[in-house]
Design a protein around this ligand. Structure first.
Ligand code: SF4
Length: 354
């Protein structure tokens, strides 16, 4: 990767880069499928073939007619998921291979194996990992009779896991895990936390009786929203509706008018709100700004400004460079054994969709 060339490209105004990307894309036709996550900057989402959440995007890539090259504007675990779900002959390219997800990177395979060695001697346990995890962790769940969940099907995966085991080991987002467990009716006293920094998880006396053991991981973007932010909105905008993502802490979730995945928030604004409404959202700022631009007749605004810095590492300059160097650009690779078990876990998740 020629970083000097990328630095040169970054000096051009975004509008010029957008025009050049359009021209390159036109010459490439259906060979290239450009996917953009909903948290990408607006200019990138405007240029993409598909815009959506990570799972929806990966499926789109696999089903895209043509699509010899899949360029994924998102973070690394998403590009890995696209690799796992795409057809073998498709090449997956990630414009910034350094753009990881801080939450996914909070659970490494050696740490998870160490926790599993400790927990597997207790009551029967099913591991469930959130889609926002590395391919290694997805494969760990596949190999150990577990599955993967998204923020929209987490309840179904809990139901499935409790039919076959006594406990759930939930990775890597403590908050999505707790919010799902509470919604499922599990008593807070039956929820324990595994701290990967402690050799025994930090709470060994709690694990035997726990129904859900949560990995101590979090999304820095969704941790920014507080009950104080919400009280401020309620005081000055008493008619406002507050929407939050389930990666927020449980006290924030408890006080929201609506809790849903990125896609569910988008759908809620589209279908459940009308001109003149005031809508405050607790999720990544680019999604909120894109929704605000799409619905100028209502007030769509942030609960607090929170930017995903690694999503933002995908710039217009990097995107253009990737598109201009499809043949030589580094491919996203996932070892075959990891792909096999990760795919198994993904297929289990799909069979639970209903
Ligand atoms: S918003 Fe949070 S979970 Fe999503 S990519 Fe950024 S850090 Fe990861």
């Amino acid at each position: 990767m020629d970083l000097n060339r990328i630095a040169e490209l970054e000096k051009f105004p975004e509008e010029d880069l957008a025009e050049r990307i359009r021209l390159v894309r036109k010459s490439q036709g259906k060979d290239v499928c450009l996917l953009a996550h909903l948290y990408q900057r607006k200019k990138i989402t405007e240029l993409a073939d598909f815009v959506g959440d990570s799972y929806g995007l990966s499926k789109s890539a696999a089903n895209f007619e043509g699509g010899k090259y899949i360029v994924f504007a998102g973070v690394r675990f998403m590009a890995e998921s696209a690799r796992i779900l795409a057809r073998p002959e498709q090449a997956v390219l990630h414009p910034d291979p350094e753009a990881g997800c801080p939450m996914a990177d909070m659970a490494s395979l050696p740490q998870v194996n160490a926790a599993w060695d400790f927990l597997k001697s207790g009551p029967t346990t099913t591991p469930i990992t959130y889609m926002n995890s590395t391919a290694d962790i997805k494969a760990f769940c596949g190999e150990n009779e577990g599955t993967i969940c998204t923020s929209s099907n987490a309840m179904k995966t809990f139901e499935w896991a409790f039919q076959k085991s006594k406990r759930i080991f939930f990775l890597p987002d403590e908050h999505l895990g707790r919010n799902t467990a509470l919604k499922f009716g599990i008593d807070p006293s039956e929820i324990a936390v595994w701290d990967p920094e402690q050799p025994d998880g930090g709470n060994p006396e709690d694990y035997e009786a726990a129904k859900v053991i949560l990995w101590r991981g979090y999304c820095p973007v969704h941790m920014k929203f507080t009950v104080r932010d919400m009280e401020h909105v309620r005081k000055f905008y008493p008619k406002a509706t507050i929407l939050v993502h389930p990666e927020c802490t449980s006290d924030v979730v408890a006080k929201a008018d609506f809790v849903g995945s990125t896609e569910a928030i988008r759908q809620y604004v589209a279908k459940e709100t009308k001109a003149g409404d005031q809508i405050f959202i607790g999720t990544e700022i680019n999604l909120i700004q894109n929704l605000a631009a799409q619905y100028p007749d209502r007030m769509v605004t942030k609960l607090h400004r929170s930017l995903c810095l690694t999503m933002y590492q995908i710039t217009m300059g990097r995107l253009l460079y990737t598109l201009e160097n499809l043949e030589s650009f580094e491919r996203v690779e996932v070892p075959d054994s990891v792909q096999h078990y990760a795919r198994l876990a993904l297929d289990r998740m799909l069979s639970l969709q209903g």
